[in-house]
Design a protein around this ligand. Structure first.
Ligand SMILES: *Cc1c(COP(=O)(O)O)cnc(C)c1O
Length: 362
């Protein structure tokens, strides 16, 4: 008897480990493991999804027409250059499927998002990473690793899990120095949180080339992770390719409706950003008072570094917090065992984290 054998590469995949969502005890856990917006979704998005539910026997609009129009309006982009997906994860997978295969390389930064190597292995391509400097993407290291086989280079900006970012000028330099046959995918999942003058989500680089794509998601600032909604801003030829490889009904009707309503609720977006701008530095300051260092972050999460002593290590802190129904993200699978990543939650949640960390370090 011979059983079915998957294609080369598939069994090398270490399955994606999502943030845990339950912890010890019966109390509602404080879930800070998946960077979901602290204030939840806009009430208008919830209402729009509920209204769409009454029509759930109908197939969704296969072109996500209203959603692409709303994205175009909100971010001043041509809707014809936007492709929507079931989360940006789907768009990552589709780009890899369309542009890479056995013998090709997919390049990313050392502590880049794990969906990049996972997607590469899925199609039999070889994941290649470039070393970071001080937990930051090293543009020159990426350039040095790029060659004739490099079909795609992924750049998460800001990066998850480290929280660091590269400037718009650096993105331009990367694009200029990568081979023209290398598709540069700028994954700007946290762009809506960033308020640095030298940051760019990558729109000008997409506009100025025919080999760059920007990915965005509704899962982080818009807090619609459960709806699965992401989008790509692309050159026309790449829109054409994605429209060929995606499923015709890849984005559900309730997700499309929720996305439109979330985009239109500008006041809610301002509240979410203001909350993060206030609570992230507060939490960092509290960690410092406890003697814990953090990595500078421009997203809605932060990496906290724990001491080497086994009793005070990140692994011990993770266990201690989980036993108190607080769920951080362990990042040992990223090669960062000395850190825990914390999403910025509500004021009450972050106060509970600080109190628990204080108790842990006593
Ligand atoms: C969360 C995240 C995504 C995936 O978002 P979805 O749209 O929910 O699939 C992609 N890239 C990065 C860097 C992320 O942190």
């Amino acid at each position: 008897m011979t059983s079915p054998v998957p294609r080369p590469g598939i069994l090398e995949i270490k399955p994606y480990v999502g943030g845990k969502s339950s912890a010890a005890g019966s109390q509602k856990p404080i879930k800070l493991s998946s960077n979901e917006g602290a204030l939840g979704p806009s009430p208008k998005a919830i209402a729009a999804a509920a209204a769409a539910a009454a029509e759930m026997h109908r197939y969704p609009d296969s072109q996500s027409t209203a959603l692409r129009a709303a994205i175009g309006k909100r971010f001043s982009l041509d809707p014809a250059r936007i492709v929507c997906g079931s989360g940006s994860d789907e768009l990552i997978a589709l780009l890899v499927k369309a542009y890479a295969g056995p013998g090709d390389e997919v390049l990313y930064s050392q502590y880049g998002f794990t969906m990049y190597p996972i997607s590469a292995l899925t199609v039999g391509a070889t994941p290649v990473w470039a070393p970071e400097q001080g937990y930051r993407t090293d543009i020159d290291a990426l350039i040095a690793k790029a060659g004739p086989k490099t079909k795609i280079c992924f750049l998460a900006n800001p990066n998850n899990p480290t929280g660091s970012y590269v400037t718009g000028a650096d993105i331009k330099r990367l694009r200029d120095r990568l081979p023209p046959h290398t598709l540069l995918v700028i994954d700007a999942a946290y762009a809506e949180y960033v308020s640095r003058n030298d940051y760019s989500a990558g729109v000008e680089t997409v506009d100025g080339s025919d080999n760059t794509v920007m990915l965005r998601t509704f899962s982080k600032m818009f807090a619609l992770g459960g709806m699965r909604l992401g989008w790509a801003y692309c050159p026309p030829a790449i829109v054409d390719v994605l429209d060929r490889v995606r499923g015709p009904f890849n984005v559900g009707a309730a997700a499309q409706a929720a996305g439109v309503a979330a985009l239109e609720d500008l006041a809610f977006q301002d509240r979410v950003r203001a909350h993060n701008d206030r609570v992230l530095p507060w939490f960092v300051g509290e960690c410092e008072k406890l003697g814990l260092s953090t990595l500078p972050s421009v997203g809605n999460f932060v990496m906290v570094r724990f001491p080497d002593a086994p009793a005070k290590s990140a692994a011990a802190a993770n266990e201690f917090l989980m036993a108190r129904a607080i769920i951080p993200r362990a990042v040992a699978n990223y090669g960062l065992p000395e850190f825990l990543r914390f999403t910025i939650g509500t004021d009450e949640e972050m106060k509970a984290v600080v109190a628990a960390l204080g108790e842990f370090l006593k």
